[in-house]
Structure formats: structure tokens, C-alpha cells
Design a protein around this ligand. Structure first.
Ligand code: CDP
Ligand code: MG
Length: 847
């Protein structure tokens, strides 16, 4: 008899076999047993064969019952008046037209790639089609569909939308899971989660036995985790022939993915967007119809020079120059080699900065129009979004909340705050959303009719040569421009304004570089190791576009330096713990050390603060006040990190007294960032105690600031710079970069003389040109660096410390150094014992 056994049943049977049968070494396959015979219930242990048969049958029956319930429920919703309305809406989506084809292809193939314009219904419909068809086939109880999203907010908003389309509450059949938040239950069959969450699951369930379908969404973005999932899934397919995988992409270049999966079938969903009229800078100036004589006056103040450009753009020859200029500008060439006339015209359009006044005028112009619809403005990041918001609020029309609803949307906002952007504006009010490129593909604001595109996006990148992360506003790709434009044509014909010349568009790259090629790889390398996959190099070599060898080497080197990998690239005890914490490995180390040294409290705050963002904020023009506030919290301690700890602590206290709002306002702190930090702290605590670290008396030494400095150092190493006093200034150097700038926002940036010979830092960025900035620093002494910094090579001469790329020199009394190094060896041993057995109380001895 052929019995189809679901993965769930198989798991139960397996564990039953392991528990009861293998010991007895007997197994009779007698399934003549009658189901539902309650007298025999207790026989399971004594007559194992019968037990299994009954279990299988019971389980099958219960699965059938569950599926039946699901089917009834689904049908009664679809037949209800509201359900009918939803269904008829769904049927208008382009994705619905390919429903049958999709299901058929999927039933015959293990992998497929689906592409279609944003808004055509990939994310909300495809997983539903699969779920519905599984229910229809009687497998509803059994199926587990996972759909990954690159961003947290899209996971939530899409899950809520799909639950609503099924007439359910979130967390029933449809749920979501993101870091720090989930809505799911035993009934959940379709789960939207971030790609990072799926990767974490792979650590405990490497075969994804719990999952029947994986849909990886937005692969065209080429996010790091998505590219990673491609490799993992490619490896997994042969071991899980019953697993179905769908890749979803918003752009047409699906061939690349199909080829990667040995020619997996592709399905393109024919587009449905209303036509979008596209204006480039030259047209924008014309369209807004502003009086050029008036704008000349603005020119005199040095603002808004792009207006003047229109006149020059009228002549054809000038257009060619702009093309040349655009090319030069985009390739970041040396302008000084350009003819002077071209150089002059370049100044009229500044590709380096956003023109807020132009945006303001354009928005005012849109608000004057009769055409209804929301406006979506693509900006580069949080900073310019808030700066523009401040400016617009002062405008007589745009700042009038009775006429205009001004909103912001970026990745670092809290979830409830984000949800507001989906709400329609009241009648007669114009909704304007200033967003980062997050709004490009993954979230859908329904009523957008106007798009304003600044042409840029903040992109984290990584300079492998100098081993330095950079965060720069860069020109987006042509593919992104098309995406952004498409956002305007969702409900009716729309309009897109691109704030750069058409020539600049022509000069853009076709597609964006994949994230895997532009980010530091150490976190992903640690994941590879903890998943027990091949060697790191081999694994990453199998990527769709493998990263540079040098970047991989740097990542492995860093993991060795912090002690997560040993010399043979094997995961150490520390590495094993770090891979379980959902935080950047170096900060994870800070947490673990905080727990071992019993000063966890400050470590939690710092790790949380550095994972979220700086809570000290102020409007652009009052930036110094925020820096002053930080200085006040740091006191005499020369530490931005300790300032953070104190500010957080005082906020908690103010909260208990019900004065949190006032406190934040006075001290230039962001309530919302502090709240996210509190949430993260809780999550870290949970992680640590899961890993077995003892939380009792974990704060015994939190007041010992030298110890806390040491713990900060363990978490920031090898981020160390030396500080040397020169007559008037302090020279800061790192081993790799030579002289670096210490950012003025750091409390140490304000010191006139050095008080510590070393600064550990949590942020080093290459900004424009070749200058390297460090910010967020803590001063530490020689002995703390020797005791807590990186790994000490045994037998090395006193006075040297192993850094990423060699030795860091010390100038200290050799006798003292020898003593410290001996102490260090004992300390290392103690830490190692604790890492092996976190529960062991090693403090008693030699505290
Ligand atoms: O994934 P894709 O961009 O192809 O589209 P989707 O996110 O599945 O959205 C399909 C349609 O559902 C959109 O065109 C919207 O009309 C609608 N939708 C919505 O109204 N509200 C949401 N939160 C998500 C989608
Ligand atoms: Mg989508």
C-alpha cells in the first residue's frame, strides 16, 4: 500500500522510532490496528508497530479534518458580499490572469522564476494562489508557505493585506515574522518573513523540513540575503525534491536567475500600469512654468541655480555639453580637465546635492493642480528627508495641515509610524510622502499619482581595498528610475518628475550592483560557518556574482581577529555563540563579554544603540546642541558610548516618573530610537539567556568604568586609533588608514589635549574623496587595550598586539607589559572556560 506521508508526520514517526523502537530493535509493520480504539490507547509503547499505524492514521484524519475546515472557511468568505468584492478586485490584477499557468508550471517543476511590474500582484497573489490550490487539493493542513521580503515593513504590510484579502485576522492562516516581532500561530500556513529570518531558521533546520514552498521576493534588488538564499536553495533542491521554490522579480531580467537554476521556467506577468508621463529636469522647469526673471533673483543668492539652466538647455549644442557633463559627473571624473564653458554649466546643475528649493516649488506646483492623487518623493536618506520636511513645514501651502498631509517613510522608522503612509488622505487634502528608495518596489502606497525622483539613493558600499564601509548617496540605476516612475501609474495615468537632465539618465548604469559585492562580508561568513556549509570561499564562489576574493579574505581575517574562527577557519566557541545572537558579530562579542564580566547593563545599551542608530538628534541647524547634550552626558569620561549609556539610563528613569517626553526634548534625544533600543535590549537578553549565559548578578560590576571600557574595547576591536598630542592639535591614526579625522560630534573631537592614548571607535566611514572619518569613540589606556583588545599571539614580545593586518606597537614599561600580558593569559583562559560552559561559575576562582 502506498501511503503519502507529510513531512510533519514523517518527523513525528522518526522521533517516535528513535525514542521507542530503536532501543528495542524490533519493528513490526502491522497496520491492521483499528483507529479510534480507545482501549488500546496505552498499548502504544508495548506494541510499537500498531502505535505507528494508529499515529499515521490519526494524523491523516486530523489533517483531513483541518483541511476541510480551511476549505469551508475560505469558501464562505469568498461567497460573502465582502469576500466577493475582494475576489473581484483580485481578479482585476494581472497576476490573476496567469493563475492557472503558474500553478501548472509549479506542479511540474521544482523551481520557477516569475517577473512582473510592481503592483501586478506577485507578492500578495502568488502565495495565495498556492495556498488556495493546496487547500483545494486537500493538502491545506500540511502546507507551509514561506515568502521572504527584503524589508521588515514590507513583510508586515503584505501579510496584513493578504490576511485581509482572506477575511482573516493577521496571525491566523496568514502571519509574519520579523526581528523583534511576529504574528503567527499553529494555524499559520502562509508566513511572510524577512530574508534574514529564513536564514536563521536554516541554522536549526538546514533541510527546511517544516517548509513546503519557499517564495523569495524582490530578487531583482540583489540584496545580500537574497543572493545568499539563492546559493543555499540551489544546494538544497536535490536533497528536498518535494520542496517548491519560486523567485519573484519586478524587472524583466529574469533570465539570469533562470540560468542560475539550470534553465528553470520563467513566467512573465504582462504589465498593467497606466501610462506615466515622464519629465526630466529640463521639462520640469518648463512644466512648472516659473518666471525665469524671478528665478534669476534667487540665483543672486546662490540658490536654485538649476532654474537658470533652462535657458541654456534650449540650445541644442548645450544639450550635448550636458551629456558630457553628466557623464563626467556620474563617473566622478576630474572636472578640471573639462573645457571651462562646460565647467560653468556644470555649476548650474549640481549633481552632488539635492536642490530643496526646486523640490519645494515643484511640490507647490503639484498642489495647485486639479488632478487628484498622492505625491511620492524619492529622497536619499533620513537626514535629507527630515531637513526637507523642516523646510516644507514653513511653506504657506505645503505646511498647512488642512491642505497637505506631509509624511515621511524610511527604514529606520517604527512600524506604527510607518503604517500612516498607507492611509488615504481626507478629501481635499494632498498626501505627500517623502521616502527613501524603500518605496521603490517593496511597499505600495495605493494612491500615488505623482512621483518626484531625485535620482539618488543612499547605498551602503564597501571598499575592500581599504576594508572600509562607506555610506554614500549614489546615482540609482536606470532600472530603478523605471521602477520609481512606475509607482505613479498604479491607479490612473500618472506623472513622474526626474530632477536631473535626460542626459544624466542616459549616463546611468543599467542595473545596480548586487549588495554582496558592496558590503563587508564577516556577518555572512559567520552564518556560512554556523550553517555548517562548505568552506567560506567555496560557498561564496557559487554565488550568482561571487564577491571579490579580497573582500572574503578580509571578512575571514576579521572573524579570526575577534576570535570567532580559529586559524583553520573552524568555528570557535565564541563564534558559535555569536552566530546565535541576532546582532553584528562584534557587538555580539561585547554582549557576551559584558555578561562574563558582569557589567551587562551598559553593554546591552551600547550594542542596542549601535544596532539602531544614534539617539542624539536635532534639526540640522541645531546639530551642535545635540552634540553639546552628548558631551554633558559623557562628563569627564571621554566616551560617546558611556554618554549613550547614561542618556538611556536617565531616560528610563524619566519614564518611570512620566517625564520621558520632556526629557527627550530637553536633551535632544529621539524617543523613538530609545524605544527601539529598549526593545532590542530585551531581545539581546533573551538571546543571551537562551545561549545559557547567566543573568543573575550580571550587573555586579556595571559601575566599574574601567571594566566597562574594557568590555567596549572587546566589542570594537580592531577599531582602534592612536591619539598623539601635537602642540596645537591631536593627530589620530589607524594602522590601515594613516591619519584619520575625528568627527566633531564625538566628545573626544572636542578635546584640546589627549587624555587617553587610544580611541576605540564604532564607526569608520569613507566619505567623499579619500578622507576617512571616525566617530563614536571611547578613550582607553594602554593596559586596557592590552588586556581586552584582540587576540594576543602567544610568545609574542611584550609591547605588541596582534591586529587585523599585523602588530600594533606599544610603548610602555616592559616589566609592566609583561605583567599585563601574564594577566591577559589567565583572563583568556577564564573566558574560554566560560564560553565552553556558560553556566559554569568561574568567577569564584581568581576573581
Ligand atoms: O508584488 P507586486 O508589486 O507585484 O504587487 P502586490 O504587492 O502584490 O500588490 C498588488 C496590488 O494589491 C496592488 O496593485 C495594490 O492595488 C494592492 N495592494 C493594496 O491595495 N495594499 C497593499 N498593502 C498591498 C497591495
Ligand atoms: Mg511585491
Amino acid at each position: 500500500r502506498v501511503v503519502v506521508i507529510s513531512p510533519q508526520v514523517r518527523k513525528n514517526v522518526d522521533s517516535f522510532l528513535q525514542k521507542h523502537l530503536m532501543q528495542k530493535k524490533e519493528y513490526s509493520n502491522d497496520d491492521s490496528d483499528e483507529v479510534g480504539d480507545s482501549d488500546k490507547e496505552n498499548d502504544e509503547n508495548t506494541v510499537p508497530g500498531r502505535g505507528i499505524a494508529r499515529m499515521v492514521k490519526n494524523e491523516e484524519n486530523s489533517l483531513r479534518r483541518t483541511n476541510f475546515r480551511m476549505e469551508i472557511r475560505q469558501r464562505s468568505w469568498q461567497e460573502s458580499p465582502e469576500g466577493e468584492k475582494v475576489l473581484s478586485f483580485r481578479k482585476t490584477l494581472p497576476a490573476y490572469k496567469v493563475r492557472e499557468t503558474l500553478l501548472e508550471v509549479l506542479s511540474n517543476h521544482q523551481v520557477m522564476v516569475v517577473s512582473g511590474e510592481t503592483g501586478c500582484g506577485k507578492t500578495t497573489q502568488l502565495p495565495q494562489f498556492i495556498l488556495e490550490s493546496e487547500i483545494a487539493a486537500g493538502r491545506g493542513a500540511d502546507c507551509r508557505i514561506i515568502c521572504t521580503q527584503p524589508r521588515r515593513i514590507s513583510a508586515i504590510s503584505v501579510a496584513e493585506r493578504v490576511a485581509a484579502e482572506r477575511g482573516e485576522k493577521i496571525g491566523e492562516t496568514v502571519g509574519y515574522q520579523i526581528r523583534m516581532d511576529s504574528q503567527r500561530s499553529r494555524d499559520t500556513r502562509l508566513l511572510f518573513c524577512t530574508s534574514g529570518i529564513l536564514l536563521r531558521w536554516l541554522m536549526s533546520d538546514s533541510e527546511l523540513m517544516e517548509v513546503t514552498h519557499v517564495l523569495v521576493d524582490e530578487i531583482h534588488e540583489r540584496g545580500m540575503y537574497e543572493d545568499f538564499l539563492l546559493i543555499v536553495l540551489k544546494n538544497l533542491l536535490s536533497r528536498r525534491p518535494d520542496l517548491k521554490v519560486v523567485f519573484m522579480s519586478a524587472t524583466l531580467n529574469a533570465e539570469m536567475f533562470s540560468l542560475y537554476f539550470d534553465g528553470a521556467p520563467m513566467l512573465h506577468i504582462p504589465g498593467f500600469t497606466h501610462p506615466v508621463q515622464s519629465f526630466f529636469l529640463e521639462d520640469v522647469l518648463q512644466e512648472t512654468g516659473h518666471d525665469l526673471t524671478a528665478t534669476n533673483q534667487i540665483d543672486d543668492y546662490g540658490h536654485d541655480k538649476s532654474w537658470k539652466m533652462e535657458r541654456q538647455l534650449r540650445s541644442k549644442s548645450h544639450k550635448n555639453q550636458v551629456t558630457a557633463v553628466a557623464h563626467a559627473a556620474l563617473a566622478q571624473q576630474d572636472y578640471s580637465e573639462l573645457p571651462s564653458r562646460v565647467r560653468d554649466s556644470l555649476q548650474l546643475w549640481n549633481p552632488e546635492s539635492l536642490n530643496f528649493n526646486l523640490i519645494e516649488k515643484l511640490l507647490a506646483h503639484i498642489c495647485e493642480q486639479d488632478k487628484e492623487g498622492a505625491v511620492l518623493v524619492f529622497m536619499t536618506g533620513v537626514e535629507d528627508i527630515s531637513a526637507l520636511l523642516d523646510q516644507l513645514k514653513k511653506h504657506p501651502v505645503l505646511g498647512d495641515s488642512k491642505k497637505v498631509m506631509l509624511l515621511a517613510s524610511h527604514g529606520s522608522m517604527g512600524t506604527p509610524e510607518q503604517k500612516v503612509i498607507f492611509n488615504p488622505a481626507p478629501p481635499g487634502v494632498r498626501k505627500i510622502v517623502l521616502a527613501t528608495n524603500m518605496a521603490e518596489t517593496s511597499i505600495t502606497i495605493n494612491d500615488v499619482v505623482f512621483v518626484v525622483d531625485c535620482g539618488k539613493a543612499k547605498e551602503s558600499s564597501y571598499d575592500a581595498l581599504n576594508n572600509t564601509p562607506c555610506l554614500l548617496a549614489r546615482w540609482i540605476s536606470q532600472a530603478s528610475v523605471r521602477q520609481r516612475r512606475g509607482r505613479a501609474g498604479r491607479v490612473k495615468p500618472g506623472v513622474a518628475y526626474h530632477l536631473y537632465p535626460r542626459a544624466a539618465y542616459d549616463a546611468l548604469e543599467q542595473y545596480q550592483q548586487p549588495e554582496l559585492l558592496r558590503t563587508p562580508l564577516h556577518a555572512i561568513c559567520l552564518t556560512i560557518k554556523s550553517l555548517g556549509l562548505d568552506s567560506i570561499e567555496e560557498f561564496l564562489g557559487k554565488a550568482l556574482q561571487p564577491p571579490e576574493e579580497r573582500a572574503v579574505h578580509n571578512a575571514v581575517q576579521l572573524l579570526k581577529t575577534i576570535g570567532a574562527l580559529d586559524d583553520h577557519e573552524a568555528l570557535t566557541d565564541l563564534g558559535r555563540h555569536l552566530s546565535m545572537l541576532s546582532v553584528e558579530p562584534k557587538l555580539g562579542k561585547m554582549l557576551i563579554m559584558g555578561s562574563i564580566f558582569r557589567c551587562l547593563e551598559p553593554a546591552l545599551t551600547i550594542a542596542a544603540g549601535l544596532s539602531v542608530r544614534d539617539p542624539f538628534i536635532a534639526p540640522a541647524e541645531k546639530k551642535e546642541l545635540a552634540d553639546e547634550s552628548r558631551l554633558k552626558f559623557s562628563g569627564e569620561d571621554c566616551s560617546d558610548h558611556l554618554a549613550l549609556v547614561r542618556a538611556f539610563k536617565a531616560w528610563m528613569k524619566a519614564q518611570r516618573q512620566g517625564k520621558a517626553g520632556e526629557y527627550c526634548w530637553k536633551n535632544f534625544l529621539s524617543t523613538q530610537t530609545l524605544q527601539s533600543m529598549r526593545q532590542l535590549r530585551r531581545q539581546f537578553l533573551g538571546n543571551l539567556s537562551e545561549a545559557g549565559f547567566d543573568m543573575i548578578s550580571s550587573d555586579e560590576f556595571s559601575q566599574d568604568l574601567d571594566l566597562v571600557r574594557g568590555v567596549i574595547c572587546t566589542g570594537l576591536f580592531p577599531g582602534v586609533a592612536s591619539a598623539v598630542q601635537k602642540t596645537r592639535s591631536i593627530i589620530i591614526k589607524t594602522k590601515n588608514d594613516g591619519q584619520v579625522n575625528l568627527h566633531q560630534s564625538s566628545v573626544n573631537g572636542r578635546e584640546q589635549r589627549i587624555r587617553y592614548p587610544w580611541l576605540v571607535f564604532s564607526e569608520k566611514v569613507k566619505t567623499s574623496g579619500s578622507s576617512v572619518n571616525i566617530r563614536n569613540t571611547t578613550g582607553i589606556s594602554d593596559s586596557i587595550l592590552l588586556l581586552f583588545g584582540g587576540e594576543l599571539r602567544r610568545g609574542c614580545e611584550p609591547g605588541y598586539l596582534l591586529m587585523e593586518d599585523g602588530y600594533l606597537e606599544f610603548f610602555m614599561d616592559p616589566e609592566l607589559a609583561t605583567m599585563i600580558l601574564r594577566l591577559r593569559e589567565e583572563l583568556d583562559e577564564l573566558i574560554q572556560r566560560k564560553l565552553e560552559h556558560p553556566k559554569l561559575d568561574v568567577h569564584g576562582e581568581g576573581n
